[in-house]
Design a protein around this ligand. Structure first.
Ligand code: M6R
Length: 358
């Protein structure tokens, strides 16, 4: 069942190029946008737990930048115990791999009568969350066995990217030419992912050293900030190393006090419009003898790699969808670190695949 892989997680990480390629083809030869009409919608509210909530955080950037649509993200367990202000012009989007997460389901039931439509982004189309939603958007990742979510995360991101594009089209923000370009960027992802997966042996070397750390920080800016949170969660879950993700700009508001040679800092920084700002935060870390792993593209590594502990060079990924690609090194780092530590990768202690109690 593991198809020759040592762990389900390794298999599921490796499946991502095929999962994405197939999900993009699911409606025919060319990718199709979801059948959801955003006309008149004033806001989307994304609600989820754990990794699925980080997919929601990335999608917030896309709804805002691609569709000019206000977007909020909430953790399901918080959403349901506040008095969230919802309007009948809003869509609420519930993201869940299993479709059975108790808090997410309860949040959906709370929102159902208060918003225009409830959408479910799920991997299991027969799940409770799917059954109770007005619109079901299947992510088509196939069965995910590893407790640490990997292929479901990137498949959630793809579905949310297509949804944000549909919102942009419906709101007159995306021309047919721009749409064609964005879809081409999505279609390039499986190839870029294959290239990134080939960095596995190099990532395993870096992970060997990472496995000796007690604390690790992840930094990212813009849509890479949720990826920093996801990288830290993955590492915590399966290697039991304490890790935190921060927005790079928050560094000097507290976490910089933690910088020391024995605390590796992983910087997720593609060479985009925010690169220089992130690099200047990275340099603050290095000036305090912090040990930096820079994950960027060739240009970024060339410009800023000097003085770092290590670098990982990903292929160029122009456009807004780089977070989908940068999920892979984050997953592989966690995986190889856990393997180096000898922890139970697929069944980490204290965790269940589906959290059906509050
Ligand atoms: O099935 P769901 O997507 O609703 O699950 C949500 C979280 O429990 C899940 O993403 C969890 O954080 C994973 N173990 C992360 O790897």
């Amino acid at each position: 069942e593991k198809a020759g892989y040592r762990h389900f997680m390794a298999k599921e990480i490796a499946e991502q190029p095929v999962v994405l390629a197939e999900a993009l083809r699911s409606g025919g030869l060319a990718p199709t946008l979801p059948d959801v009409d955003f006309t008149g919608v004033d806001r989307v509210v994304l609600v989820a737990c754990g990794t699925a909530s980080y997919a929601g955080h990335v999608a917030k950037y896309w709804f805002e930048s691609l569709a000019g649509l206000a977007a909020e993200v909430d953790i399901a367990s918080e959403f349901r115990y506040r008095d969230p202000v919802l309007s009948e012009k809003s869509f609420a989007i519930f993201v869940s791999q299993s479709g059975e997460t108790a808090d997410t389901l309860a949040a959906l039931r709370y929102a159902k009568e208060k918003v225009a439509k409830v959408l479910a982004v799920v991997n299991v189309p027969t799940s409770s969350i799917a059954r109770e939603a007005d619109v079901v958007l299947p992510i088509r990742a196939g069965v995910e066995v590893g407790v640490a979510s990997t292929k479901a995360f990137t498949a959630q991101l793809l579905t949310l990217a297509l949804l944000a594009l549909k919102a942009g089209v419906d709101r007159g923000r995306i021309s047919p030419e721009a749409l064609a370009q964005r879809l081409a960027e999505l279609q390039a992802l499986p190839g870029l992912m294959n290239h990134t997966l080939s960095l596995g042996p190099r990532i395993a070397e870096v992970a060997e050293e990472l496995s000796r750390a007690q604390d690790v920080l992840f930094l990212g800016r813009g849509a890479m900030f949720p990826l920093a949170l996801e990288g830290a969660l993955k590492l915590k879950e399966i290697s039991y190393i304490h890790a935190e993700g921060y927005a790079s700009g928050e560094l000097k508001h507290g976490p910089i006090a933690l910088i020391a040679p024995e605390v590796p800092v992983i910087v997720l920084a593609p060479r985009d419009g925010l690169f220089d700002k992130t690099v200047s935060n990275m340099q603050e870390v290095m000036a305090r003898h912090g040990k930096v792993l820079l994950i960027s593209d060739a240009k970024g590594v060339h410009e800023a790699g000097k003085g770092t502990w290590a670098t990982l060079t990903l292929p160029d990924c122009p456009g807004p969808f780089a977070p989908i690609l940068y999920a892979l090194p984050a997953q592989l780092l966690a995986y190889h670190t856990a393997v180096a530590k000898g922890t139970d990768v697929d069944q980490p202690r204290n965790l269940a695949k589906s959290v059906t109690v509050e």
